[in-house]
Write a protein that binds this ligand. Sequence first.
Ligand code: BDP
Length: 716
Amino acid sequence: MKQLLKSLAILAALLAPALAHAEDGYELWLRYHPMEQAALAQYRPVAAALLPRGESPTIKAATAELERGLGGLLARPEPVVSTIKSDGTIVIGTPASSPLIRTLSASLAKLGPEGYLIRSLTAEGHKVTVIAGNSDIGVLYGAFAFLRLIQTRQSVGNLDIVSSPKLQVRILDHWDNLNGTIERGYAGFSIWDWHKMPDYMDPRYIDYARADASIGINAVVVNNVGAQAEILTPLYIERAAALAAVFRPYGIRIYFSARFSAPIEIGGLKTADPLDPAVQAWWKAKADEIYKAIPDFGGFLVKANSEGQPGPQDYHRTQADGANVLADALAPHHGIVMWRAFIYSAENPEDRAKQAYDELVPLDGKFRDNVIIQAKNGPIDFQPREPIHPIFGAMPHTGVFLEVQITKEYLGLATSLAYLGPLYEEVLRTDTYAKGPGSTVAKLIDGSLFGSKLTGMAGVANVGDDRNWSGSEFNQANWYVFGRLVWDPALSSRTIAEEWARMTFTNDPRFVNPVVDMMMASREAVVDYMTPLGLAHLMATGHHYGPGPWVSNLERPEWNPVYYHRADAAGIGFDRTPTGSDATAQYAPQVAAQFNDINAIPEKFLLWFHHVPWGYKMKSGRTLWDEMVVRYDEGVAATTRARETWEKMKPYVDAQRFAEEEAFLTIEEKEAHWWRDAEIAYFQTFSKMPLPAGHAAPAHDLEYYKAIDFPFVPGH
Ligand code: BDP
């Protein structure tokens, strides 16, 4: 009886945190709920005790995570022991902290500072599992990997796993303003409660760090690229130092977005000219000051000469002049500069898609070693689909990071289900042909193509202070897949989706299989109902919520959707071949040749590169106009299928998360109809063609769609 009461008390204690906030998404994929009875027999013997070797905060974090994870999953506390006394002991540590692990040094040697090894072996007559790294952070990554195996119900009885990250800087860019709002944030306000720092540090920062570390993220830019200079003042440096201290055990370094004109705004100088000695001295002193407070500070992210941000062009200096000043200030401390390629200007009449390349490629080789160019996946701006940025492969002497959006600015904000794994995968696997076939974007950014010493990939975070962190359960999957792919760009987005679904919801295949199919189809659905066949940037003004293909009155030409689709009586699409803007010439010759040839170009990019007659015969045999209508309807149908799939998942999901996603999918279906109808109504005024048989006319006339207005969309 006493034993029973004790077990019940333990169970209650384990369940308490879960019950307090029943399934509200806060736990993310680190959801360690008790597993099904039948599986316990397989896992309990492997995890009978924990033997941590080492005392560091990181080893303590790894131990705590294993206690929490195994304790939850196996519904019993794991005793922490100091010697191997039984089978099922899990030994964690490094060669420096454990003689047993020292015997594995040869295998560990290849894994670098952040890799991990998980191995089943016999030690002191007992069957044990070793989770080891060369450094403590490798151990923490290994602990999360071990838990993931159990969470996804893989066998852990006979393990021999090694893994190390393919990219060095695995970074989340928070577009958080210092007043708590988030540019393009759809999950509430910033989680950084700057005003209460450093005295009060919200425990949520630790859960955030755990989530990042669990997927290998090791870097965080804390403030918006549209930067406020104040982040570089002593007030914020002190606060950021406190945040850095919370993150340090989890292997995460802090970076700042730096405003190029900060020497004027907070430094009292008359200029921010990068060649001015006083400006150079200011940045040096600023870097020294930051490193005094944050010894492992990572460096600066800079958005210069773009959308009103100041930059070296203001002083008739090159982007390299600008980046190098900051780089020189950071170099003694081993900091880096991530200089964004997102550069375009209203004064430049050139095709916007060409401007960044024009500006930066001639400077290849002129940047300091600690500068990388950070380019968005496509040449315009995080559209549902773009061809890759032509800069990839064009700057062999410069380190290049890939930047993707995790938040869903152009893909339906918070409520639409667009799993972005396939988008990231598509980009990473695209061949630049920079050094012949096989020169993929993944190989460029992991350094294997040109041997760049600094490697990395950035994602614009979708984290806010909503209880579920990301605004919807399925948005969490985008955070997750980003981290997993940056750790290893060769992983498949489907495998990652499956892992995530199992960890976040259930291992029941009746749930996992249909839901993973639903996720995998979701991004293409958005492409189809918003911008099929290479169309882009047709969203409403400013907030980018909903369709606005008719918008033509904005100050800068390239802010207007009509600039992108160029529909007229003859056809639709942007001619970027040699008869048009010749943007194709910025790609490798093989790629350019394919894009230039209307018969060879993949149809998904057709209207990005060609102005095509409405009656043009597509591969399907349909006219372009009919094909567009079919694609819109396919996109709408996919959202209906997603909603119907989800309805069937009711038995496998808790009530709260089920109901929320059910409502969100209904919203998306409604929005898909809206997009489809608005675009058909508008483009039909040019094509003047009837809808193909079996495809319904838009529910309303064009004026109705033009009049729809949402003045206060979040994130804007
Ligand atoms: C665009 C966003 C804008 C960002 C900009 C950027 O609309 O809010 O500031 O990208 O990346 O997608 O700098």
